[in-house]
Design a protein around this ligand. Structure first.
Ligand code: ZN
Length: 305
């Protein structure tokens, strides 16, 4: 089913990464800058992530001896330093997720670069290292994001959804390894509902979400893929959902031959395979388009509701 399955370390059938995006209340300030401070219940729901869920998540990882990747808007690192300490104490990876969760494709290229570098400075100050990986807030990777990632020396991106295995993004000046996920492995469509954030899904019981995550994992295990969950502490850190996550980890361990890894470790493995010509990834040249397709001219066709 996969034309170029990756030779994973030690003969593993697939690679697994639970990634948590610690957005906390950055998303509320971004959406409602003038009034976020008055939306106290929404703030409390989002602050549950760093304050209540994070200790539980790192404790579960400690119990299973897993090292994983956390994506943090840099503003959240400044606002919630204890959560950063917990991440670093567990030897987990801190990766780049914007400064205040600003969406790159809403910014001019120089603005995008300003916020990218401003957040990098915060990560360097907190961790002592430049970030190796990036995930565009809300997946809003822009037509120039890759140019910035190449110029700033990022090893990998984890924003896109174009394959079941790692692939390369190329812009004519260099490459970045793409570690793709899928919206079905994101917890928003399963659990998120918020009037303030204009997101009203029907909340699923954890076992239904788990069935989706597990089916995706079983297929990746069967065919040699890469399984990356994109979860949020304020959503998946709730008690019933973390209980389901533990069941999922146990299911994965029972199947065996699974490589649980940080995304920077997966990117380093892929880079080494490419360098030594043991494996050749697919290459996507970006941007896909430099403007609207010409076939429609200036006319926007009516969109079906
Ligand atoms: Zn996010």
């Amino acid at each position: 089913m996969i034309s170029n399955p990756v030779p994973w370390p030690n003969g593993a059938r697939c690679a697994v990464a639970f990634t948590f995006d610690l957005d906390a209340d950055s998303i509320l300030h971004l959406r409602h800058h003038a009034s976020a401070d008055t939306r106290v219940a929404a703030l409390s729901m989002l602050r549950y992530g760093p304050q209540v869920a994070m200790p539980r998540i790192v404790e579960i990882y400690r119990r299973f001896e897993m090292r994983q990747t956390f994506f943090l808007p840099a503003w959240c690192m400044e606002r919630y330093p204890v959560a950063v300490e917990q991440i670093l104490a567990g030897n987990h990876e801190v990766a780049h997720h914007g400064y205040l969760h600003e969406e790159p494709n809403t910014l001019a290229p120089d603005e995008e670069l300003y916020w990218l570098n401003r957040a990098t400075e915060v990560i360097v100050a907190a961790t002592g290292e430049r970030p190796r990986g990036f995930r565009a807030p809300a997946y809003q990777f822009s037509r120039t994001t890759l140019d910035h990632l190449v110029a700033e020396g990022f090893a990998y991106d984890a924003s896109l959804m174009g394959d079941d295995v790692p692939y390369l993004l190329e812009n004519g000046h260099g490459t970045v390894i793409e570690l793709p996920s899928h919206i079905g492995l994101d917890d928003w469509p399963h659990f998120m509902t918020s009037r303030e954030l204009d997101y009203r899904t029907t909340i699923k019981p954890p076992e239904q979400a788990l069935a989706v995550y597990r089916a995706e994992f079983d297929a990746m295990w069967e065919h040699g893929g890469l399984w990356i969950a994109v979860w949020h502490p304020f959503l998946s850190g709730r008690l019933s959902r973390l209980t389901a996550m533990v069941e999922l980890i146990e299911h994965m361990r029972d199947k065996g031959n699974v490589w649980f890894a940080r995304l920077d470790e997966i990117a380093a493995h892929v880079a080494s395979l490419v360098e030594t010509r043991q494996w050749a990834p697919r290459i996507d040249r970006l941007p896909y388009y430099t403007g609207p397709i010409p076939e429609l001219g200036e006319v926007e066709p009516a969109r079906p509701d």
